[in-house]
Design a protein around this ligand. Structure first.
Ligand code: TXA
Ligand code: MG
Length: 324
């Protein structure tokens, strides 16, 4: 059964905003493609996005906000970012920026990275929804993993399971039909991470030089822990072992479910009750916490390979891979 899209009346937008605040998922139109949104402060709601998309890996997500003032509460906009925001927001430009410390965004939104991707969409329904919800909305394109991005409400309904989302707001086909342009705007020059709705020429007029391609950078924790690795993939600096049932005393334990009998070492439990949604929501915060301890390595307990367990194991596997 697919969910019947709801026309984008004020009343329905109000209902959709209520669903977001209650931790449920809502698909909504933007001028680029339809987004599958969740309250970015709610880790379990964000985890449900990955479950709904059937995505076997955690990619960092874009947060959507109604204006540049709100963007400034979640991210640090330098001089370059301010100029770009003035020129292109609202619109099809997503900027990767430094996350404000002490904010309440779920670590899962940025997949553990110190950066955050932010966009102010130029669509009246999206803007109205964001204002009414009054929370940052994490949203990837509203399609199943591996499928093309949905550009109509009917595509969303056909692609995603009705049980996974509370509502699809329908405002007809998207004007652009291609995703936003993503840039890293933390340095002095724009780095293009994904071409999209805003052209390189338009960016260059405002920003001068646009450096193409490289999404690896010298910013933040990644460069420190594993040079050369793409920054869009956080991994702990400490070595990690998977599927450990009997951790050694010199290991910190990333637990799932009941702890091994008698274990008294450093521990972070992803989900004491063995709930995969809760575990996904806690994954990056847990890795970070254990990475900050003085123990030599991290031992991760087995996590079942179904539903969100696939994405959790994917991330643990990357963290466990030998580093050069
Ligand atoms: O037009 C769009 O951008 C649509 C609408 C809904 O806004 N969204 C979209 O999201 O296309 P998604 O999740 O399909 O693509 C987001 C991309 C991913 O490739 C992700 O790796 C990158 O943005 N990204 C997000 N946060 C990042 C970060 N902190 N650093 C580097 N890349 C990031
Ligand atoms: Mg996508």
């Amino acid at each position: 059964m697919s969910l019947t899209p709801a026309p984008s009346t004020d009343e329905n937008i109000e209902r959709a905003a209520g669903h977001l605040r209650a931790g449920r998922l809502v698909a909504f139109p933007t001028e680029t493609v339809y987004g599958l949104g969740a309250d970015a402060r709610n880790g379990e709601a964000v985890a449900e996005i990955f479950a709904a998309k059937g995505r076997p890996a955690f990619n960092p997500l874009i947060i959507h906000v109604p204006d540049v003032e709100t963007a400034r509460t979640w991210a640090e906009l330098g001089a370059l970012a301010e100029r770009l925001a003035a020129a292109f927001w609202p619109g099809g430009l997503t900027m990767v920026l430094n996350k404000r410390v002490g904010g309440e965004l779920s670590e899962l939104v940025s997949a553990g990275l110190p950066s955050i991707a932010v966009r102010v969409p130029a669509h009246p329904v999206a803007l109205s929804l964001l204002r009414k919800a009054n929370c940052p909305v994490a949203a990837p394109s509203a399609n199943r993993s591996g499928h093309v991005s949905a550009t109509t409400a009917a595509h969303v309904a056909a692609d995603l399971d009705a049980a996974a989302l509370a509502m699809i707001l329908d405002d007809g086909p998207c004007a652009f039909g291609v995703e936003s342009t993503i840039i890293d705007a933390r340095g002095d020059a724009v780095q293009l991470l994904r071409p999209g709705a805003v052209t390189i020429e338009a960016l260059a007029k405002v920003a001068g030089t646009v450096v193409k391609g490289a999404s690896a950078s010298s910013h933040g924790a990644m460069a420190r822990s594993s040079p050369g690795q793409l920054e869009s993939h956080y991994a702990p600096a400490k070595p990690l072992m998977m599927n450990v049932t009997q951790p050694r005393p010199d290991q910190a334990l990333l637990a799932f479910g009941a702890l091994p009998e008698g274990y008294a070492g450093e521990v972070y439990n992803l989900s004491p009750s063995g709930n995969l949604t809760e575990a996904a929501a806690n994954l990056f915060a847990g890795l970070r916490r254990l990475d900050e301890t003085t123990v030599k390595s991290i031992a991760a307990m087995p996590v079942p390979m179904d539903g969100l367990g696939l994405a959790i194991n994917d991330r643990l596997k990357r963290a466990a891979a030998p580093r050069s």
